[in-house]
Design a protein around this ligand. Structure first.
Ligand code: NAP
Length: 243
């Protein structure tokens, strides 16, 4: 990789995305961060840490916006080394109660959003003949979960796209991998009732939820020179839940 390393992270102003941003910054990456809306707390923290970054606000499900996002990356840094597809949403419901809107919203962000970003990233990285594309899938995309037919479909599709793109881009030095977190302590899981959390912990061999740092650490490794012979892989970080 070049001396200046640039990472673009989607959905980066809280939760797993923000932790990935801070971790890649510590590893020397300059950052282009995307999210829907500004988050003053995260902005203040990045300022304090003196992390070189720029935020761009917009919806990854819009191809026009994602094109603008990569154009901004080109203008600011002149290259892109690592792209992390992290933005994601849930709209949980049992299938008989799930509305078409709930299904479409999740597919638009978690699947089409990843496609939009992968497409732009591939175009830029093919010219450079190098790059890493890392997507945050989910354990739910590997083994399903009641009430998440929309979310599990989107995360399963991210796994399939990761494998396909790894094959398409390997000959140009572009490595494509995904991380499949189990249940991680963020605002996404904070909405689960206490009883559900206790039941979940019972199903996890390590008997606890994961931290955002657990996910950031594996992304940091996949983004590094140490992971140069890994592509098309789905790395589970789930306390053993998917054994
Ligand atoms: P989170 O706390 O809900 O954060 C998601 C971030 O994505 C938010 O900053 C959100 O912005 C942003 N976002 C949502 N829609 C977007 C869009 N259309 N365009 C751009 N940004 C958008 O979620 P998290 O728990 O950190 O999860 C991060 C990723 O890990 C997701 O893909 C999730 O599916 C996956 N994951 C999480 C877990 C878990 O247990 N937490 C487990 C497996 C996989 P706003 O702040 O504006 O809403």
């Amino acid at each position: 990789m070049s001396e200046i390393k640039v990472a673009l992270i989607t959905g980066a102003n809280r939760g797993i995305g923000f932790q990935i941003a801070k971790t890649l910054a510590k590893s020397g990456f300059k950052l282009l961060l995307n999210d829907l809306n500004p988050n003053e707390e995260s902005l203040a923290e990045l300022k304090k840490l003196e992390v070189e970054h720029e935020f761009s606000y917009g919806d990854v499900s819009s191809p026009a916006y994602v094109e603008e996002l990569f154009a901004l990356c080109g203008e600011k840094y002149g290259r892109i080394d690592v792209v992390v597809n992290n933005a994601g949403i849930t709209r949980d419901n049992l299938i008989i109660r799930m509305s078409e809107e709930e299904f479409d919203q999740v597919i638009a962000v978690n699947l089409k959003g990843v496609f939009n970003v992968m497409k732009e990233a591939a175009a830029k990285m093919l010219k450079q003949r190098s790059g890493r594309i890392i997507s945050i899938s989910s354990i739910v995309g590997l083994r399903g979960n009641p009430g998440q037919v929309n979310y599990s479909a989107s995360k399963g599709a991210v796994i399939a796209m990761t494998k396909t793109l790894a094959k398409e881009l390997a000959s140009r030095g572009i490595l494509v991998n995904a991380v499949a977190p189990g249940f991680i302590e963020t605002e996404m899981t904070a909405v689960l009732p206490e009883k559900a959390i206790t039941e979940l912990k019972g199903q996890i061999p390590l008997k606890k939820l994961g931290s955002t740092q657990d996910i950031a650490d594996i992304v940091d490794f996949l983004a590094s020179d140490r992971a140069g012979y890994i592509t098309g892989q789905i790395i589970s970080v789930d306390g053993g839940m998917n054994i």
